[in-house]
Design a protein around this ligand. Sequence first.
Ligand code: URA
Length: 427
Amino acid sequence: MTEAFDVVDVIRTKRDRSELSTEQIQWVIDAYTRGVVGDEQMAALNMAVFLNGMNRREIVDWTKAMIASGETMNFDSLSKPTTDKHSTGGVGDKITLPLGPLVSAFGVAVPQLSGRGLGHTGGTLDKMESIKGWDPNMSNARMMEILEDSGAVVAAAGSGLAPADKKIYALRDITATVDCIPLIASSIMSKKIAEGTAALVLDVKVGTGAFMRDLDHARELARTMVDLGSDAGVKTRALLTDMNVPLGRTIGNALEVRESVEVLQGGGPADVVELTCELARNMLDLAGVHDADVEEALKDGRAMDSWRRMIKAQGGDPDAPLPVATHTHDVVADKDGYVTELDALALGVGSWRLGAGRARKEDPVQATAGIEIHAGYGEKVTKGQKLLTLHTETPERFERALESIEPGLSIGDTQPAPRTLIHEIIQ
Ligand code: URA
């Protein structure tokens, strides 16, 4: 087959800060997926994009080309509207677990196609797999059946959706080109648009535990993704939310499931409840259900009923006890004062080192490993009080985990200002 372009010309175009044409982008993504363009050439092009950026038209073309590299799903045959949420990834971010059942309690379908964790942020599938019997794999026909019946599903994103992104993301991961707004936006949105949801709420994290460390960059990422979604006919909105401090009181797979169940029982930490409810309201609003009393649905058991149906539909036992770690280690306060620092990245890396996350995608994870937070950000503590409990199956990991956690934990004399959880909404 004669190729339409010479890849070296395409790389040179972006290296020299010129615009890539629609045809160049379509070709290079397709040729890379076919294996005609090599990893080293795509890596060079990614780096040129990282350094020189892409304009809005190029980002749209890049996203469309990645969607066109695979199959697309379609939920039009369902009797209910669909809405989904995507988080750019954070520490202790278990919101997907209570959110899908909560939203589906209002008659809206929530097809959550999720992934596994890589690095210090956890993956929804790893969390859910700590529930006995639960299985994320199913045919598309079965997914439609569960959505029609229970309303919410958490499924493994199949390899057929945006395969170009899968290949490019793996390459970015090993070539220092992940944290680039055009590449992140097109990567996330290609998968979400291919998934076929009618409405989408993005939770763009800002802070030490997130890709975007400051509000300006998070805003730019959110704007780029909202525009990509809207242009593709998906009603899209983004919330910018704090990720300087972990969400809730638990980090790690089974520990996060436990906390999610507490939220579904009408309890749970205030920040997890607030963010779950705000995201649910926005998802429902985009799906045409306005003014839903989502707090009430958490309290009166409707969300819990949806959770139980969803777990059972996927082979899980919602009543089975969650696994518990064989080894624990407490971290205690070394003086009286207030918790002035509880750094999301430090604790995320700590939990990962305890065994909750993986370094390579084929590594196993420990369901029980992670961190329980006893004293939250801004809380008053006294010397000797338990601040954290670390959990693992492999106690030789405590030392390395503590090397990450301890520098991210401070006790000061004055109470810090309360943190803002939800910064702004972009639509
Ligand atoms: N998540 C993705 O799916 N892609 C990115 O580029 C970053 C986060």
